[in-house]
Design a protein around this ligand. Structure first.
Ligand SMILES: Nc1ncnc2c1ncn2[C@@H]1O[C@H](COP(=O)(O)OP(=O)(O)OP(=O)(O)O)[C@@H](O)[C@H]1O
Ligand SMILES: [Mg+2]
Length: 239
């Protein structure tokens, strides 16, 4: 049992049709850490999160959450086990209210028991959502909708929170606020796995990062090490 690892990914392969997108990737997310997964468009970052979430079958390898194999669990069991995803593109129910969207996240039995308390935590984290709790999700700004998506994932009471490009499409000021919120979420005693095109900002914040290229992890290190890596500087930081 390796409960010192919040998430442990070993030799994971997955893909669509005949092609593998991921060819045996391995990495760890320690408890209470922020780990960034970096990669170009189409590298397979979303495919990875969909696979861990049980939305796409694993072709080989293993994923463990605090030592427990997620194996071929259905997606709802994986959420119940403690892995929640805030998906790329938010995927909110646009006509439903902010509060209704949040409640959708608390569907699993563990989360349902503490739903009101978690909702208060989410409102503390994102006060604007409390103000707009009865408004339809599609009436909110892009940044506020992203807060709903992150909040909905938190409502599942995860041990590992995965964020797929949370800053996509946000104005720079909103990106800064979102990153501040992520720093505060870290203090809720969970591990965060984050995918970001905002490579510089995410590595400044992350404890560790991994670079996904051609279906494999090609570079890994602390956030600071990756920021100093020559290949990364050229390929992802435009330096
Ligand atoms: N449903 C699908 N069916 C077939 N191929 C897919 C599907 N979804 C993604 N792909 C392909 O798999 C590869 C990886 O896509 P994926 O969305 O995981 O990349 P990504 O790293 O998340 O990219 P982005 O930065 O653009 O979000 C791409 O070549 C993509 O075209
Ligand atoms: Mg993606």
């Amino acid at each position: 049992m390796s409960s010192n690892k919040a998430l442990e990914v070993r030799n994971l392969s997955a893909g669509y049709g005949d092609a593998n997108v991921l060819n045996g990737i391995s990495f760890d997310v320690p408890p209470s850490s922020i780990v960034a997964l970096i990669g170009a468009n189409g590298a397979g970052k979303t495919t990875f999160l969909r696979t861990v979430s049980g939305l796409l079958p694993m072709r080989s390898g293993e994923v463990k959450l605090y030592g427990k194999s997620l194996g071929d669990m259905p997606a709802y069991k994986i959420v119940e086990a403690g892995f929640a995803l805030s998906p790329e593109g938010k995927q909110l129910f646009p006509e439903m209210s902010v509060e209704e969207n949040l409640i959708v996240g608390a569907h699993n039995p563990n989360a349902r028991k503490v739903r009101d308390e978690t909702k208060r935590e989410v409102f503390d984290l994102f006060p604007i959502l409390k103000e707009k709790r009865n408004d339809p999700a599609n009436s909110l700004s892009g940044g506020q909708q992203q807060m709903v998506a992150v909040g909905r994932a938190l409502m599942a009471k995860p041990k590992v929170l995965a964020l797929d490009e949370p800053s996509l499409g946000l104005a720079p000021i909103m990106v800064d606020r979102l990153f501040e919120s992520i720093e505060r979420i870290r203090q809720l005693d969970l591990a965060i796995l984050i995918i970001e095109q905002n490579v510089f900002q995410v590595l400044e914040m992350a404890d560790a990062g991994y670079v996904l290229e051609n279906g494999e992890i090609t570079i890994s290190g602390s956030g600071q090490e990756l920021l100093a890596n020559e290949h990364l500087k050229k390929a992802y930081l435009g330096l």
